[in-house]
Design a protein around this ligand. Structure first.
Ligand SMILES: Cc1ncc(COP(=O)(O)O)c(C=O)c1O
Length: 350
């Protein structure tokens, strides 16, 4: 396994956590000079260049440092599907990510990458969006990428070594969702890649997948305490907890759905229809029209499947300190990240 990072801070954290730099892949659509320099100095496994400016920047820094960076090009394959939320359709033409294949820009970028000093072109990359419930979308993406690989082989005599097809493997946010298993995805994708490579007359590239949230999402649970309950007869019942968009902005960003339960009465039937509100000074919610066991102020309330894109997306909005992270290993729990205090919030104020 390798680790994908998307900023200098994530690189710092990965290295500090003991991950060898040769296991790190650097993503992002606008990496800074300082971040690229830090990555190249540490000789990380791969930098995924998102645009021509980045290629030029990497080339200059690597040349200055007298080294060569191993680079893959993020391409925009114009592949999407309306089962992916519009806010996370990252493989379409109209996206901030990647160099478009459709406009001819990708071909020019490969030509440039092959000509620049300090760059070793390792392959091409795309990420289509997330979550993707239909593995067939990856097969379409792979075919576009391999058709492009055939074009660069013919025009530029460059044989593709590595194809990265991104992440987006779905997880079970709701109990009635059916989600392909990782082996299902791998089978569909690898068969698609083999068929496309054959169709386009290419040797099989090494295939890299970026499993992202599917590794950790289902391992995480956010536990809140219920504070106030506001029942508006004939309208709805708002149950407010001691968190909200500051620790989980995903409902507000893209209407993400979650399953909830009262951990202390989890075996009881969920008979009460509620809307789960946060405590921030916005009309923010954690979810609408959700069933839960009969709930009262003071109850613990758990939101399930919050192991990915929750703590990492948390902010200090309304100066709410971030909650602690408690992990469980071999039946023993331990604090992995401390609870923040009000003093911590003021620590950088001058
Ligand atoms: C380039 C890239 N790869 C993989 C992922 C992982 O996606 P997910 O965690 O939704 O599977 C992301 C998520 O932002 C990404 O930007």
């Amino acid at each position: 396994m390798y680790a994908d990072i998307a900023s200098g801070g994530e690189l710092y954290t990965a290295l500090k956590g003991g991950l060898p730099p040769e296991r790190v892949v650097f993503h992002g659509n606008n990496k800074s000079e300082a971040e690229l320099r830090y990555a190249i100095e540490n000789n990380i496994h791969r930098i995924i260049a998102d645009c021509v400016e980045e290629l030029e920047r990497i080339s200059r820094i690597a040349a200055e440092l007298g080294t060569e960076a191993s680079v893959s090009l993020r391409l925009s394959p114009s592949v999407t599907d309306n089962t992916i939320h519009t806010a996370v359709q990252t493989g379409k033409l109209d996206s901030k990510f990647g160099i478009p294949i459709e406009t001819g820009a990708a071909l020019e970028a490969v030509k440039l990458a092959l000509s620049l000093d300090g760059i070793r072109l390792a392959g091409i990359h795309c990420h289509l969006g997330s979550p993707i419930y239909d593995a067939g979308i990856y097969v379409n993406g792979a075919d576009v990428m391999l058709r492009f690989a055939a074009r660069i082989q013919k025009d530029l005599h460059y044989t593709l070594e590595e194809l990265i097809l991104g992440g987006g493997y779905a997880v079970r946010y709701l109990p009635d969702q059916t989600v392909p298993s990782i082996p299902d995805y791998i089978k569909a994708i690898s068969e698609g890649v083999q068929a496309s490579a054959k169709k386009h007359g290419l040797p099989l590239p090494e295939l890299v997948l970026e499993p992202g949230r599917s590794i950790v999402a289902e391992t995480g649970i956010t536990v809140y305490t219920v504070g106030s309950i506001k029942n508006i007869p004939g309208v709805r019942t708002y149950v407010a907890v001691d968190g909200g968009m500051a620790d989980n902005p995903r409902y507000m960003l893209y209407g993400s759905q979650y399953d909830i339960t009262l951990p202390e009465r989890a075996a009881e039937e969920k008979t009460q229809l509620i809307t789960l509100a946060g405590r921030c000074c916005e009309c923010e919610l954690l979810g609408k029209d959700m069933y839960i066991q009969p709930v009262k102020a003071g109850d613990l309330l758990a939101v399930l499947c919050t192991g990915a894109y929750n703590y990492s997306m948390a902010s200090h909005y309304n100066r709410i300190p971030k909650p602690p992270v408690v992990m469980v290993r071999g039946g023993e729990d331990f604090v992995a990240v401390n609870r923040e205090r009000w003093e911590d919030l003021a620590a950088f104020d001058v």
